[in-house]
Unconditional design. Structure first.
Length: 79
């Protein structure tokens, strides 16, 4: 099974800042900060492809947790 998901924010993201880093250092601790990219309302959209089949497109407006994602995948495979 292959699963893919995208998150869409309902707020403008026009305050992007580009930062130059030396090649190969993107994930060094000093170059990373924790942040919540999608503050406020948003939608999560995802679907799965299974050998010879596919699931419905899921649209969700609440916070997606690992447990919810697991339950949706399980239900789409065995319903």
């Amino acid at each position: 099974m292959f699963s893919d998901q995208s998150r869409f924010s309902l707020r403008s993201d026009s305050r992007r800042t580009l930062i130059w880093r030396a090649p190969g250092t993107s994930y060094n601790q000093e170059n990373t900060i924790e942040r919540h990219r999608y503050g406020g309302a948003g939608w999560l959209v995802w679907g799965e492809i299974i050998l010879g089949s596919r699931t419905d497109l899921h649209v969700q407006s609440v916070m997606m947790t690992g447990h919810i994602h697991r339950d949706v995948i399980w239900n789409s495979m065995y319903v």
